[in-house]
Design a protein around this ligand. Structure first.
Ligand SMILES: [Zn+2]
Length: 185
């Protein structure tokens, strides 16, 4: 998928104005559309999402397998969208608990990348933020929520192409280019 945000014409995916019901909406900006009849204006701002880099004591990265589209069945980094009212750190801790039954005991911001997330008939603009995370061991790990499984991949064997989502590929590329152990960041 090409991440060309200028071509993200979401107004074409809405056939009628949600306010007055008039057919047809007009692109207002890269992130908004409007109704010329009643003046309704809607912003589709970037949703915040967080992903975790969790590395075990054998220098292996913990990755998950996606249960749902987009990129269903592909490898991913654990994490997900923030909920209204949540901070990004709290969201990431909640997602790691839901997806892997692990408790995050510490986290540190690493980097962020833009992403497009096509789901059903709408493509959402996303800001994906990556954090290095520490957890209190892997004894209780099990997959749940929106992942079908997990695996540990040695850092030297990681390749961006293994991952289905563009932002996860960029985070892996970032990690590989830095050439450092994410546990120490
Ligand atoms: Zn209208």
């Amino acid at each position: 998928m090409t991440l060309d945000f200028r071509k993200n014409h979401n107004h074409r995916q809405f056939t009628h104005c949600p306010s007055c019901g008039h057919p047809g909406l007009t692109r207002d900006s890269i992130k908004s559309f409007c109704c010329k009849t009643c003046g309704f204006l809607f912003f589709l701002n970037c949703a915040a999402a967080a992903m975790a880099l969790i590395i075990d004591d054998k220098n292996q990265l913990l990755v998950t397998r996606r249960k749902y589209d987009p990129a269903r069945g592909s490898l991913d980094l654990p994490g997900g969208f923030t909920e209204p009212g949540d901070g990004i750190e709290e969201s990431l801790k909640r997602e790691i608990k839901e997806e892997l039954n692990l408790e995050v005991t510490g986290l540190s911001y690493l980097c962020s990348f833009p992403n497009l997330y096509p789901y059903r008939s709408v493509t959402y603009p996303i800001t994906d933020m990556a954090f290095t995370c520490r957890v209190n061991g892997f004894d209780d790990i099990r997959s749940g929520d929106d992942v079908t499984g997990f695996e540990f991949i040695p850092i030297p064997e990681l390749a961006p192409g293994l991952f289905g989502m563009a932002s996860a590929r960029k985070v892996i590329q970032y990690l590989k280019c830095r050439g450092c152990d994410a546990r120490g960041m």
